[in-house]
Ligand binder design. Structure first.
Ligand SMILES: [Zn+2]
Length: 576
């Protein structure tokens, strides 16, 4: 689909912009940033002892008793958790357009005594929800956006969209905030009763698929007083990692060209084709690929390729993701991209402008926090899957022709816990995807809880990854994850040494040699116009399928889906 994008940002002076970007890379210009980072860390260290001493201390036996109580409370809340998972699944909103999702989640939090700040960083669907008082302040986050064209009926093992072509939760971002809310509400009861001091701040990853907001939250100071952050992300096992996550950071940039229209049949010589510039950019980039390191990932879509063949396109644009393993390499790719687009503009006598639509650093996560969480993972373990859960998982894996073949990956749902994931050496990593949680992890101690709410071995960013996401697989995975998160939050609030060690790791290990430099500038703005038109097109029809928990116990029942629904064996495996 060819979607036209309206430029919302002022035209930049290309040469000065390149100059600015390259200056970011020089050693000299980094000094003030490094000095600032150091002074921030130093001031954090100065105030730390009093904060730590203010934390509640408890005996190990008492903590264990409270953890048992948390898991019982979370088990009692399974119906509530299921409703939240199903509800957000049914909204299926793309990045920056998570209007219903954010309203629904903040309403629940507000009713439970959280103070909501809406529209943070100028993003209408972004918010913080705070409860409690004083230190420590622990942030709890998860993404809420979905995937284009990933509409899919839950519980059905083959492609069967709720609405053809509509967005859907083809990654599983409908499950993370329900997990967080379940966990913090259970914990809140205990903190109130036991008079445990501290503040919880929930926040959403808006437009994670566009790497669209987290660097802005950091830049705009929403995390400046926060002591630690737990992030949750859907997965197919229960795990946590520390150190270099082995993934790539990235810049997302839109290159727009402006030429001159003309009658493509009668007077093509009077036209200057912006589409030619887009195509030449892509050709040059694809030649350039041969000379890039093997860790890079770069990909693009043409957002605007013109209107119709008999009009020479006066406007065209191409949207790139440039991914690499380290900040300097990411910025080098971005510079190369700008240079190539500029060359294409010269060749076609068109004008080129560009803008950052998103960014992310490569991930690095906190060791003491991960180790504390892994103890809780071992205590909670994996959910008990039923025959129906396993049947659905195996059918979906067979449907997608899992490239791993007949391995564990294509053999149903996870039944053995992942080990605590160790750091990946920069030299041994093959690169990969990105998540802007890294921008938070480079500013304060952060870990990511990956919880088992999805089916192993699926392609990711695909309708198949939505199959499990409003079924008992997701419901049980979220309940198990909520237990781990609540227990780990309790550790952070009542074991002062965990935060103390987390801060020491952050200062003495993680940021000892590598200092965070934002990829976005002080004046870049979140690209909140993204996905607006797609949601305008599909929302009226999607509204008819919003989950109504007052009428139906589950979303499966509302849609009239038998769990699991399997393909007629005669046509099996043809739905890819
Ligand atoms: Zn994600």
């Amino acid at each position: 689909m060819n979607i036209k994008t309206t430029m919302r940002f002022p035209t930049k002076n290309i040469l000065s912009a390149i100059g600015f970007r390259s200056s970011v890379l020089t050693a000299d210009s980094r000094k003030p940033i490094a000095a600032l980072a150091f002074s921030c860390l130093f001031s954090t260290m100065l105030v730390m002892p009093s904060q730590v001493s203010a934390q509640t201390k408890m005996t190990p036996a008492k903590i264990d008793a409270l953890k048992t109580e948390l898991t019982k409370e979370i088990d009692k809340q399974q119906k509530f958790t299921q409703e939240m998972v199903d509800m957000v699944f049914s909204f299926g909103e793309l990045g920056f357009q998570e209007v219903e999702t954010s309203k629904y989640l903040t309403d629940i939090l507000q009713k439970n005594g959280f103070v909501i700040e809406q529209g943070i960083s100028g993003v209408p669907t972004a918010w913080t929800a705070k409860w409690g008082s004083g230190k420590p302040i622990i942030a709890v986050g998860s993404d809420i956006d979905c995937i284009p064209k990933a509409s899919q009926k839950p519980g059905v093992s083959y492609h069967d969209p709720i609405i053809e072509g509509a967005p859907g939760h083809g990654e599983g971002h409908n499950s993370g905030q329900p997990l967080n809310i379940t966990a913090v509400l259970a914990l809140k009861k205990i903190m109130e009763r036991e008079k445990i001091p501290g503040t919880i701040m929930l926040w959403p990853g808006v437009a994670e698929e566009q790497l669209g907001t987290k660097a802005y939250y950091v830049r705009d100071g929403y995390f400046k007083d926060v002591d630690a952050c737990i992030f949750t992300h859907v997965a197919n096992n229960m795990s946590v990692s520390y150190g270099d996550a082995g993934n790539n950071g990235m810049v997302s940039a839109l290159f727009s060209f402006e030429g001159q229209a003309s009658h493509a049949g009668a007077a093509p010589w009077r036209g200057k084709s912006a589409l030619d510039a887009v195509e030449l950019t892509n050709i040059a980039w694809n030649y350039h690929r041969e000379h890039m390191e093997t860790t890079q990932r770069s990909h693009y879509v043409i957002k605007d390729g013109g209107d119709q063949p008999n009009v020479v396109p006066s406007k065209a644009s191409v949207w790139y993701y440039f991914r690499e393993r380290t900040y300097p390499k990411i910025m080098q790719m971005y510079k190369d991209g700008i240079k190539i687009a500029e060359g294409a503009a010269q060749m076609t006598d068109t004008k080129m402008t560009y803008e950052v639509l998103g960014s992310a650093w490569p991930g690095h996560f906190n060791q003491p926090m991960a180790e504390a969480m892994y103890e809780n993972i071992k205590a909670v373990g994996l959910p008990k899957w039923t025959e129906a859960d396993q049947t659905l998982a195996k059918a979906a894996q067979k449907e997608m022709g899992n490239p791993e073949g007949a391995t564990v990956e294509s053999n149903g749902l996870a039944t053995t816990l992942s080990p605590l994931a160790k750091p990946t050496a920069t030299s041994s990593s093959g690169g990969g995807g990105s998540d802007d949680i890294a921008d938070i992890s480079w500013n304060l101690p952060t870990i990511v809880l990956r919880y088992p709410a999805n089916i192993p071995g699926l392609p990711g960013h695909h309708w198949a990854n939505a199959i499990a996401m409003a079924t008992p697989i997701a419901h049980k995975g979220v309940t198990a994850g909520a237990k781990v998160e609540a227990m780990t939050l309790l550790d952070l609030f009542v074991k002062p040494e965990v935060i103390k060690n987390a801060k020491a790791y952050f200062t003495d290990v993680q940021t000892k040699d590598v200092k965070y430099t934002p990829i976005i500038s002080k004046t870049d703005k979140p690209a909140i116009h993204l996905n607006e038109k797609i949601m305008q097109e599909f929302r009226p029809e999607m509204k008819k399928y919003y989950y109504d928990p007052a009428k139906y116990p589950t979303y499966l029942e509302q849609l009239g889906i038998k769990y699991p629904t399997l393909r007629d064996t005669k046509t099996e495996g043809t739905g890819k």
